[in-house]
Design a protein around this ligand. Structure first.
Ligand SMILES: C[S@@+](CC[C@H](N)C(=O)[O-])C[C@H]1O[C@@H](n2cnc3c(N)ncnc32)[C@H](O)[C@@H]1O
Length: 205
């Protein structure tokens, strides 16, 4: 019997060291560049969706960001981040939730998602994510999203993923958001392999 996606991710974060997973980055330079290039103010309400135990929250705290939320399906991942941040993370909001079940009345000014959206492979799940971000990002707020590109792997963490192109993103996000830019990038994994990502920045209408 196959295990649930929640069980999958809890096991990953319980059994693997941070540098034993393909997506590991000691410093999430591409994501940080988004904040710098768009001059995102320090009080901005930011959510990292499927952030896991990534170092993005650490990097943003170091840059002086004060209003940060980390959401992940895995409690183990969230606990790893909490433990690492210690006192430094006392004002971070942590949410353990499957993004598919996430309900909020909050509006975020920046929605960051690196390598989590691509795990939603069903049409309904993708449509629900589209609705969620449309309702949960403030007017003129940003979506910064990164997934495997059409030149990237077909699986991540042993799970099926959906690859994206600029036009495939545009079909989903182009209705309620203005595209600012898209680019592809090779991510070097800790195993010295390369994964091609596509990143896009959108601004909410
Ligand atoms: C490939 S990792 C990327 C982690 C992080 N964003 C990074 O760039 O290092 C995927 C992350 O998405 C989380 N995730 C997968 N499916 C999810 C879902 N349906 N809801 C919330 N988080 C999910 C996993 O637990 C994991 O932390």
């Amino acid at each position: 019997m196959s295990i649930s996606k929640k069980e999958h991710w809890e096991k990953v974060f319980a059994t693997k060291q941070e540098n034993e997973v393909s997506w590991f980055q000691k410093y999430p330079k591409t994501s940080v560049n988004f904040f710098i290039e768009n001059a995102i103010p320090k009080q901005t309400n930011i959510i990292d969706v499927g952030g896991g135990d990534s170092y993005l929250i650490d990097a943003l705290l170091d840059l002086g960001y004060t209003n940060l939320t980390l959401l992940d399906i895995s409690e183990n991942a969230i606990n790893k981040t909490k433990l690492r941040l210690g006192e430094k993370g006392k004002n971070v909001t942590f949410i353990v939730s499957d993004i598919v079940d996430f309900v909020t009345n909050k509006k975020f000014d920046v929605w960051h998602d690196r390598a989590s959206f691509h795990f939603l492979t069903g049409e309904n799940e993708i449509a629900n994510y589209q609705k969620l971000i449309t309702n949960s990002i403030s007017k003129n707020g940003y979506l910064f999203i990164g997934t495997f590109s059409e030149d990237g792997p077909i699986k991540c963490s042993g799970l099926e993923i959906k690859q994206y192109s600029e036009s495939a993103f545009e079909n989903i996000f182009g209705v309620n958001f203005n595209k600012i830019n898209c680019f592809t990038e090779n991510h070097k994994t800790p195993f010295e392999t390369s994964q091609n990502f596509i990143f896009c920045t959108y601004k909410k209408l």
